[in-house]
Ligand binder design. Structure first.
Ligand code: HEC
Length: 201
């Protein structure tokens, strides 16, 4: 099991490196092509009219640029993946904090505000998971490497919190603070279950 995950992580690492290498190769080809076009247009090519050079090289250059852009877009670089998931976790926490303070009576209960915050949490909670890509267990992160050794357990916690947040929305809509308190406790527990196992202090 652990060996399989290590192999998967190594494979992901190789994939990222291969992606980067391909990107560089694209850039070199594009730069080389650009130089060739400039030379052809300024110095000229025997017997080939300049118009033909334009017509044949520009579409190829655009195609190469489009391919390069696709490669860039598809690669979720580890540092971006880390920022992405932390940003969403943070935004989720800000909104959850509003509900938590209302439940504790630290701020007055306000239905509109509660419904808004609960709806945000319920949407945001769908998002951070795709940021937990392999090869993102080092750098500016508190994600433990155990996530990728026991991804099934991590995913289970992610499912559990997503099963709780719709109840948070319902409780906020009910206008009943006691119900909100119960839902806040359940969601908070689902957040902490995962943090206890997979977030370093
Ligand atoms: C399935 C696991 C899991 C669940 C569920 C989960 N988290 Fe997290 N959370 C993490 C991990 C892992 C990190 C560390 C991410 C990193 O540093 O790359 C994190 C980080 C955070 C952070 C710190 C973000 C920052 O600024 O770096 C906050 C705040 C947070 N989570 C709030 C929440 C809240 C609120 C919930 C519940 C609504 C929640 N989390 C549910 C795993 C989880």
């Amino acid at each position: 099991m652990a060996a399989g995950h290590e192999r998967a992580t190594r494979l992901a690492r190789v994939t990222v490196l291969t992606g980067r290498l391909m990107l560089w190769i694209f850039f070199v080809i594009i730069a080389y092509g650009a130089v060739a076009v400039v030379l052809a247009l300024t110095v000229g090519v025997n017997d080939v009219p300049r118009q033909d050079i334009w017509q044949e090289t520009v579409p190829m250059a655009l195609l190469a640029a489009a391919l390069a852009a696709t490669v860039v877009a598809q690669e979720m670089r580890p540092d971006r993946a880390i920022k992405y998931r932390q940003g969403i976790m943070y935004a989720m926490n800000v909104n959850f904090g509003v509900l938590s303070r209302m439940a504790k009576g630290e701020i007055p209960y306000n239905k509109d505000q509660a419904v808004r915050a609960a709806s945000f949490v319920n949407e945001l909670v769908k998002m951070p998971w795709e940021g937990f890509v392999p090869v993102s267990d080092s750098g500016n992160t508190k994600a433990k490497a155990e996530i990728w050794k026991d991804k099934a357990k991590f995913d289970k916690y992610a499912q559990e919190v997503q099963a709780e947040t719709p109840k948070l929305v319902a409780a906020a809509n009910s206008g009943d603070v006691a119900q909100l308190r119960t839902a806040v406790a359940a969601v908070g527990k689902a957040c902490n279950n995962c943090h206890d196992d997979f977030q370093s202090k």
